[in-house]
Design a protein around this ligand. Structure first.
Ligand SMILES: [Ca+2]
Length: 440
């Protein structure tokens, strides 16, 4: 699941603003795109060159690959055969397969705006979604009991994934998974990755785990209420109701158990939470923030970090990293191992924070104690690019300026902030851009 999740947001994340990516609030190492099922439908491919500039994404390359689609599919037969798909199944399933070129627009859309982490949380963790999640937890209480017993995975986190990915199944997508993955396996810039997904989709249909008319999902091939990719389904899906099929679309026992199994295999620590909201002192060494610096809670406490709301940390020996998604002006978070586990489900910090927070709210917890800097405006793509170019002009290494706020850009921004005597939190605010412009 990991690779694809790095490239494509799940349906529940991306419906939230047509034309805008639900970006990971400053985490720029992946692209976000909106599945067509969740925005205004345009019936067909635009016919335009893709925005990535990748030679496989020009209109001419897409047309040429589409013309070769049947032979491309046929070339995948030996791989399918090695995975146990019969020739009869292969022919039956691929006979009427035609590419869905609209997916090329979705694969290569470059959103102009990204969302601030607080807007993102506002949209995903609502009173309505909390109420719906509690209703689901009550309705399927026995199944969650069993999943907790068998896999040791927290029920609230499973429910939160369900809620964030697809609003509890309401937004699971309606594109045929076989067609989407076949299209992406033969056309465009992600063919190598999607060959495996396509063959896994064939296997799923060959084995009859999911019925063909039910096998629909996001444009990238994620399906079911918790958005399994075909290869992740193969790895993690279980037949909890013992009817001979693992069905993560319509069988609630299979869905809940499979999602729990996925988290368990990703390293879930039983009985532990994902992390804590913390108050970060302005004089903290902010170069310690980020996933690469793990210390014990005790060490963080020594550096002046306290839990928001005044409670004590339950275990001082737990190891955690510090996340400050909105810089020194916003809340901080100390993240435990289970936060990384959630990020293995979908590697975006804002995603994992939304999951963790929704899980806490489902459990009965309150909203975050500290305010977000809502007065801060999120920079447009053009402004982010300008910020990178200005940092470069000032002699800071941002890598290749690409309009994304990746770790290198954040480090460069921190260095600039140190030079001008500001708190080096690496937060790309409009004020920082102004300052860089003024310093030209
Ligand atoms: Ca089953």
């Amino acid at each position: 699941m990991r690779n694809t999740r790095q490239m494509f947001l799940a349906a529940g994340l991306v419906w939230l603003a047509a034309g805008a990516a639900a970006s990971a609030g400053g985490d720029g190492d992946r692209t976000g795109t909106i599945p067509a099922s969740t925005r205004v439908q345009t019936p067909s491919w635009s016919g335009d060159d893709g925005a990535s500039g990748n030679p496989l994404m020009t209109a001419a390359a897409i047309r040429a690959a589409a013309a070769n689609f049947p032979s491309c599919i046929e070339r995948l037969w030996p791989l399918a055969a090695r995975r146990g798909v019969s020739r009869a199944s292969f022919e039956r399933l691929t006979a009427h397969l035609a590419p869905d070129l609209r997916i090329m627009d979705l694969l290569d859309s470059q959103p102009e705006f990204t969302k601030a982490v607080w807007d993102y949380l506002d949209i995903l963790v609502t009173d309505e979604r909390i109420a719906k999640g509690r209703a689901i937890l009550a309705k399927y209480g026995k199944l969650f009991d069993e999943a907790e017993r068998t896999y040791g995975v927290d029920r609230y986190t499973i429910a939160a994934i369900w809620g964030v990915e697809t609003d509890y199944g309401a937004l699971a997508g309606n594109r045929p998974v076989l067609r989407s993955t076949a299209t992406l396996a033969c056309i465009g810039r992600r063919q190598r990755y999607f060959r495996d997904e396509f063959v896994a989709a064939l296997e799923i249909l060959h084995h009859g785990d999911v019925k063909p008319d039910k096998f629909v999902g996001s444009w990238a091939g994620a399906f079911g209420p918790t958005q399994f990719m075909p290869t992740a389904f193969k790895r993690y899906a279980v037949d909890a109701d013992r009817d001979g099929r693992s069905d993560v679309i319509d069988s609630m026992p299979d869905l809940i158990a499979s999602t729990a199994n996925n988290l368990k295999k990703a390293g879930w620590q039983s009985g532990e939470t994902w992390g804590y909201e913390v108050v970060v002192p302005a004089n903290l060494d902010f170069t310690l923030a980020g996933r690469q610096h793990t210390m014990t809670i005790r060490d963080w406490e020594r550096r002046g970090i306290v839990r928001a709301g005044g409670k004590a940390f339950p275990r001082a020996d737990d190891r955690a990293f510090l996340l400050v998604p909105a810089g020194v002006q916003g809340p901080g978070f100390l993240m435990l191992e289970n936060f990384r586990v959630i990020m293995r489900y979908n590697p975006a910090e804002a995603y994992a924070l939304a999951i963790g927070h929704l899980a806490d709210r489902l459990r009965g917890g309150g909203p975050f104690v500290q305010d977000w800097p809502r007065y801060e405006r999120v920079l447009t793509r053009a402004e982010r690019l300008e910020l990178q170019q200005l940092l470069e002009r000032h002699g800071f290494d941002v890598g290749e300026p690409d309009g994304r706020m990746g770790p290198k850009t954040r480090d460069a921004l921190r260095d600039f902030q140190i030079r001008i005597g500001r708190v080096p939190d690496g937060f790309a605010s409009a004020g920082m851009l102004e300052r860089l412009r003024g310093d030209r």
